[in-house]
Design a protein around this ligand. Structure first.
Ligand code: 3PG
Length: 307
């Protein structure tokens, strides 16, 4: 059986090595498609594969239609909004993610972004400390929890809003408080950090009405998905409130306009880098390889998201 590893943004070489070993040991063949620029290359590469491992690569209905033998798609990472679940489900193709495997990497970037903004983008001048400040975390999943714990270590007061709340909410952070509305969380948090997936319910949910509630000097941090932000609303809030700032790992569609208008008050990484650590590549890559062969060889589907 053939498993294609298709990554526009490749895994670290060591992770690829490990993935190849896992797949070969299971008696499957590995096919590589890295750094491809054209979606047609992905469409051509899936023609005869049973398994597909991707990162943020777009597994569209067209890709699925071009893959008559495909049985499993593993998104090496958390968010699977890049996979057309309906098209996969209609063909009984199992789709999985690798939850938690890159959570620490994203959480560390989030904390780095908070400190970066508190210190004026590392430019000369007087910044502020994060100790004693309030951090609002939207969505208390694998990433949100690590951010809460680390922020607690910095002496921040952590607020959490999550829907639904995990069954057993882990309250390690000493100063953690649960907010029942997003309005409350935004209006009291000096920093707000987003950690929810992009779904029809969450797309565009953070807009003018929430952002404008932030206290003076508020910073919105987004290491999740650009689709969560109502970009017009963000623009309006930044226009009306010269004290607010936005930092993100996924550049908004209007990034040039935002940077022209607001300069250093808006910062976006040049390329999404939350999960770009050697450790996260190993964790997510190896887990994806194990899950792909686990399903193809033994029918294991623990992490299936389209059950
Ligand atoms: C995820 O959903 O796991 C992250 O956004 C990482 O995405 P990436 O694999 O494209 O870096």
């Amino acid at each position: 059986m053939k498993i294609l590893i298709a990554t526009q943004k490749p895994f670290a070489a060591k992770a690829v090595e490990g993935m190849k070993e896992i797949i070969a040991e299971a008696g499957c063949e590995v096919v590589m498609l890295e750094r491809y620029e054209n979606q047609q290359d992905l469409i051509a590469a899936v023609a005869d594969v049973e398994g597909l491992i991707v990162r943020s690569d777009k597994v569209t209905a067209e890709v699925i239609a071009a893959a008559p033998k495909l049985k499993v798609v593993v998104r090496a990472g958390a968010g699977y909004d890049n996979v057309d679940l309906d098209a996969a489900t209609a063909r009984n193709i199992v789709v999985m993610n690798t939850p938690g495997q890159n959570a620490n990497a994203v959480a560390e970037l989030t904390i780095a972004m908070i400190v970066f903004m508190a210190r004026n983008g590392f430019k000369p001048g007087t910044g502020m400390e994060v100790r004693g400040k309030r951090l609002g975390i939207v969505a208390y999943g694998a990433i949100g929890r690590i951010v809460a714990d680390v922020a607690d270590g910095f002496g921040m007061y952590v607020h959490v809003y999550s829907r639904p709340y995990p069954n057993k909410i882990r309250l390690y952070a000493k100063h953690l408080r649960r907010d029942d509305t997003l309005e409350k969380l935004f209006s009291e948090s000096n920093f707000v950090s987003l950690h929810m997936p992009a779904t029809p319910d969450t797309k565009g949910m953070i807009g003018y009405d929430l952002i404008k509630l932030m206290p003076k000097g508020g910073v919105l941090v987004n290491t999740a998905r650009k689709e969560l932000i109502d970009e017009e609303g963000l623009m309006r809030a930044l226009e009306e409130r010269a004290d607010l700032k936005y930092i993100t790992d996924i550049a908004p569609s209007n990034i040039e306009q935002l940077q022209q208008k607001f300069g250093d008050r808006v910062f976006a990484t040049p390329k999404k880098m939350g999960a770009e650590t050697a450790e996260a590549n190993m964790n997510a890559g190896l887990a994806a390889a194990r899950q792909a062969v686990g399903y193809l060889c033994h029918g294991e589907n623990e992490f299936q998201v389209n059950k």
